[in-house]
Design a protein around this ligand. Structure first.
Ligand code: TXA
Ligand code: MG
Length: 318
């Protein structure tokens, strides 16, 4: 396995031990891309200051260039080099970082990030992830890491290292394998501006919870396409058709159950929505590779993290 000065590379899935994290940091410092675990989903990471490295992310994903990337930082101090925090933004970072919250904030004019990262917007999306491997990688590399989910654009987000290889095939980069992601859905995205906040992408932290914490309701999102360009109608899509709110499947359908609706596979027999969220994408990958022609999904309660689950399912079915 060890050849030359760069023993780990392209197409390899390696256990995320300290040796592998060192190697990944070297690949990233050299302008390469690496698939990395976070507590939400696996990300496809590159040095956010390096335009060529960022271009490689867009190319590998087949991502449209108008869809900006999230930049991952080790802590709040690093984040302040990239964006301006008002009081509300600072409150959110103190309460929820490290964790599954992305903040869209005014870009610091001096922020050393490649233009393609923000797709030319005057805002930047920042996240401080809690996953110990990602934290270690951020600190070891000393880099700001741009990282979208590690799947081909429009496909199912990866919650296991194997999903990354399923999605990218031959184009799979080095993958740091830290097992399944605990949250299993992408981070909640909140934009903070003009003394208010907007809930741009439902995620592990619900709008209700943020509203209770801030004591202030969200401002309406007027044009979702511009506010979070990645929130396209069709996204997270398996290659097969998906039917929602399905209590009884047809013989052609792989049935994903919930609670008392058993299904071929059940997201959570005890109706635990956090457990269902953690299993959702893994279950969709399996359903997509089953021998049935289509996928049917049982109704999921639209409360708490169920709102984020249904957001992903609606896009998967679009
Ligand atoms: O949990 C996550 O957030 C994962 C892990 C890897 O951190 N990342 C992730 O990235 O989900 P991605 O690229 O799949 O989704 C990023 C979303 C897109 O919908 C994008 O449009 C939005 O963030 N976004 C990025 N910058 C933005 C900005 N300045 N304004 C509004 N939306 C932005
Ligand atoms: Mg994505």
């Amino acid at each position: 396995m060890m050849t030359g000065s760069n023993p780990l590379g392209h197409g390899q899935i390696v256990k995320a031990d300290s040796y592998a994290v060192d190697e990944a940091a070297a690949v990233l410092r050299g302008g390469g891309i690496v698939a990395v675990p976070t507590e939400t989903v696996y990300g496809l990471a590159a040095d956010a200051t390096n335009a060529d490295a960022v271009a490689a992310i867009y190319r590998t994903k087949g991502r449209p260039d108008f869809n900006p990337l999230i930049v991952h930082v080790p802590d709040h101090a690093a984040a302040e080099r990239l964006a301006r925090f008002d009081d509300l933004a600072a409150m959110l970072s103190v309460r929820y970082w490290p964790g599954p919250l992305t903040l869209v904030l005014p870009l610091q004019p001096t922020a050393p990030v490649a233009r393609a990262v923000t797709a030319g917007l005057r805002t930047i999306a920042l996240r401080c992830p809690a996953h110990p491997v990602m934290q270690l990688l951020l600190r070891e590399s000393g880099l700001f890491l741009a990282a979208p989910s590690a799947n081909r654009s429009g496909g199912i987000s990866p919650t296991r290292a194997e999903h990354v290889a399923t999605s990218f095939g031959e184009a799979t980069p080095l993958v740091l394998d830290a097992g399944p992601c605990s949250a299993g859905l992408e981070s909640t995205i909140v934009a903070v501006r003009d003394g208010g906040w907007q809930y741009l992408r439902p995620g592990p932290i619900s709008a209700k919870e943020i509203e209770a914490f801030l004591g202030q309701p969200p401002a309406p999102v007027t044009d979702a396409k511009i506010e979070a360009p990645g929130q396209l109608a069709s996204h997270y899509a398996p290659t097969k058709p998906v039917r929602l709110d399905a209590v009884t499947p047809t013989p052609d359908e792989w049935h994903i159950g919930f609670g008392a609706i058993a299904g071929d596979e059940n997201l959570s027999i005890d109706e635990d929505l956090a457990a269902a969220a953690a299993r959702l994408f893994d279950t969709l990958y399996r359903a997509d590779s089953s021998d049935r022609k289509a996928i049917a999904v049982a109704p999921i309660p639209n409360e708490g993290i169920g709102i984020a689950i249904n957001d992903r399912l609606i896009r998967a079915a679009a």
